[in-house]
Design a binder for this molecule. Structure first.
Ligand SMILES: C[S@@+](CC[C@H](N)C(=O)[O-])C[C@H]1O[C@@H](n2cnc3c(N)ncnc32)[C@H](O)[C@@H]1O
Length: 251
């Protein structure tokens, strides 16, 4: 943390919105000075390092087998880097070619490039049939504007994603592993409880960094062993129909 007079000085040099993130640079990346790369969206969307490390180790704890992990929307690599600390193989999927290159570069700053693979793709094209031990995602929340609405509606399409959180969870829970989703702090937990399939085992953590509530992390896994039938399939028809209705009426 900067002392108040230095912070005030930085604010005179940079636009207010940029100064806020610059002052947090070491909490985003402790190795920031080793030429970490970020673009504008990367600055405001990266998960703070201490939180990314916690999300990685909590996912690992919940995994039966911790070999392959994936970040579905890896941005500039904040979560991928920390996942590589606890998983031997981490795949980062990212739709922006520029951010894929930044994530790759940043993984080498943290000496974990050898454990990371990057795929420039739309996660929804990668998702069908995906099997990984742990799947993390911090989907786009719609930029800093998400803070100005009372509740973050899980049925509403995520900005720039064209899919709701409901749809995203529906796709990801098929991966059979642990799914962790970092979501806005104003996510409607009652809605969330309603969209997580009944049989799934799940927990929600409030994530504080420097005493500030940064968001919530939902951890979820299908709650069945591989030899058990996928009870979810039976529930899917009704659940999907309801989801589709809610999504279109919200839009
Ligand atoms: C909140 S950021 C992720 C930040 C990342 N967890 C980190 O700590 O650096 C969300 C990212 O999702 C990417 N994204 C958006 N739509 C996507 C899609 N359909 N498939 C994959 N990535 C996507 C955005 O380009 C953005 O970089």
């Amino acid at each position: 943390m900067l002392d108040p007079s230095t912070a005030a000085y930085v604010r005179t040099l940079l636009p207010r919105s940029a100064a806020k993130y610059w002052m947090q640079r070491y909490s985003l990346f402790s190795r920031f000075d080793n030429f970490v790369q970020l673009d504008t969206e990367g600055w405001w969307s990266v998960t703070p390092e201490v939180l990314a490390a916690h999300q990685a180790s909590r996912s690992r704890e919940l995994c039966a087998r911790g070999l392959v992990a994936m970040d579905a929307c890896c941005g500039c690599g904040g979560n991928v880097i920390q996942m590589a600390g606890v998983f031997p193989v981490v795949i980062g999927v990212e739709i922006s070619p520029k951010r894929v290159e930044m994530a790759r570069h940043n993984s080498s700053v943290y000496d974990v490039a050898h454990k990371c693979q990057f795929l420039c793709a739309d996660f929804f094209k990668v998702a069908p049939g995906l099997k990984v031990d742990a799947l993390f995602m911090s989907p786009p929340w719609g930029g800093p504007k998400y803070q100005h609405v009372n509740t973050f509606d899980v049925f509403y399409p995520l900005v720039g994603f064209n899919k709701s959180l409901l749809r995203l969870l529906d796709v990801t829970l098929d991966c059979d592993g642990v799914v962790a989703a970092f979501l806005p702090r104003n996510t409607d937990l009652v809605q969330l409880a309603a969209v997580v399939p009944e049989h799934a085992v799940w927990e929600v953590e409030r994530a504080y960094v420097n005493n500030k509530l940064k968001g919530i992390t939902l951890y979820c896994h299908p709650g069945r062993t591989p030899d058990q039938p996928n009870v979810r399939l039976e529930a899917d028809a009704e659940y999907m129909a309801q989801g589709a209705h809610m999504e279109s009426s919200a839009g």
